[in-house]
Unconditional design. Structure first.
Ligand SMILES: Cc1ncc(COP(=O)(O)O)c(C=O)c1O
Length: 387
């Protein structure tokens, strides 16, 4: 650190240099991210609540009230209004919280469990590996069927007396697939096993698309075996980063991981982090109120229509789509060059694509910042590769 501070002009001049090196969502070139341009209403609300700390909610009673309302609104969207939860940093934190609750709850109920296990689909996000590592859980992967959804029989075979949680995904990270949650819920409910649904990606679009007539399997609290759901406002919810959500069916699941907080305005705390921003809550609240169901339906429907456009363009250009998209994610490959080579060629043309690991393919997420004109240029570029 320098002894003397620099002028404001100088500090911001240098910040602009860093900023210039960043990509922007608005450019339409970011094709491999589940984040997007934050909506201006969310940004305005976020700025208003920058000093609010939900880690000490007694000091920020307005924000706390807002968080309760947001959780109940998200619950309402996902099949149960009277639920419990928090607005946190994202899907990773939400999944870790869910696994922590499940482990504590199961081990409290059954002290004979000495070697707790979680069963997660092979397609589950890597945050479950972090959760297993932090919480000393064995992570066991359930196999996928030929549409890359979890194979229910594989879950059944893996259940054991040490299983503390089963995970299903509604909108997988790599391919946007929705697991057969209804069947899994049935199994978990019957065996008294905690079921967590990771709808970090799909939670903000499946309900709206379903209302518009798209057909999706059930995945939410309407299924009695579902104990918790991850839903990320900073993905399809258009909220600024970092904004995640964790919802629990019953208060006992939050209580299973609460600790005493002697010096704060509330006696107990269940979140992983202590100090946490109220700004994310304000942004989520403002966007739900401003956009309403109609606004979010338009956003999700638009993404699905552009996905279809991209899908057709990819096929017409002679590339191979590895599986029929269920949500706004497409994975494809070339019949002539490897996935790495194709990715390299696309990167050279300025596109930030990502690669799926299973199956290996180029992965494009059609987030709200991807417009028709971007897809047209992308398809032209695919054709120019002459593959
Ligand atoms: C299904 C799913 N769950 C969890 C996460 C992790 O979310 P975050 O990066 O916000 O922690 C992701 C991220 O892409 C995801 O796709």
């Amino acid at each position: 650190m320098e002894d003397k501070g620099r002028s404001k002009t100088e500090v911001f001049r240098q910040l602009k240099i860093f900023k210039k090196k960043d990509m922007t969502h608005l450019s339409g070139k970011i094709l491999g991210s589940m984040c997007t341009c934050p909506h201006p209403i969310g940004l305005k609300a976020y700025h208003m609540f920058l000093e609010s700390n939900l880690g000490d909610p007694g000091l920020f009673k307005g924000t706390k009230t807002m968080e309760k309302e947001v959780i109940s609104l998200l619950g309402d969207l996902l099949g149960k209004q009277d639920i419990y939860g928090h607005i946190i940093t994202g899907g990773t934190e939400a999944n870790i919280m869910a696994m922590r609750s499940a482990r504590n709850f199961a081990m409290e109920k059954n002290p004979k469990i000495k070697d707790p296990e979680i069963i997660v689909p092979k397609s589950a996000h890597f945050s479950f590996k972090k959760a297993a590592d932090m919480l000393c859980l064995n992570i066991i992967e359930a196999q996928l069927d030929n549409e890359y959804k979890v194979d229910v029989n594989s879950i059944k075979e893996l259940l054991s007396k040490n299983t503390v949680a089963v995970v299903a995904v509604a909108g997988t990270t790599e391919l946007g697939k929705i697991d057969p949650v209804e069947e899994i819920s049935h199994i978990c409910y019957g065996n008294n096993i905690y079921l967590h649904v990771d709808a970090a990606f799909g939670g903000y679009s499946i309900p709206f698309l379903t209302e518009m007539g798209y057909e999706f399997p059930k995945f939410d609290f309407g299924l009695r075996g579902v104990c918790s759901i991850t839903i990320d406002p900073h993905k399809m919810g258009l909220a600024p980063i970092p904004t995640g959500g964790i919802l629990f069916r019953e208060k006992k699941y939050l209580e299973a991981m609460s600790v005493e907080t002697p010096y704060l305005t509330e006696d107990r705390q269940s979140t992983l982090v202590g100090t946490r921003t109220g700004a994310s809550t304000a942004a989520t609240w403002a966007l739900i109120k401003y956009l309403g169901r109609e606004g979010y339906k338009t956003v999700s429907d638009q993404c699905m229509k552009i996905t279809k456009l991209l899908y057709n363009g990819i096929i017409e250009s002679g590339f191979e789509v590895v599986t029929e998209p269920q949500l706004n994610i497409i994975a494809f490959k070339s019949k002539k060059v490897s996935v790495d080579e194709l990715a390299y060629k696309l990167e050279n043309l300025g596109w930030a694509v990502s690669k799926s690991s299973y199956p290996r393919a180029i992965r494009v997420i059609v987030m709200p910042h991807i417009k028709e004109e971007h897809v047209k240029v992308f398809i032209e570029d695919l054709n120019s590769l002459d593959l």
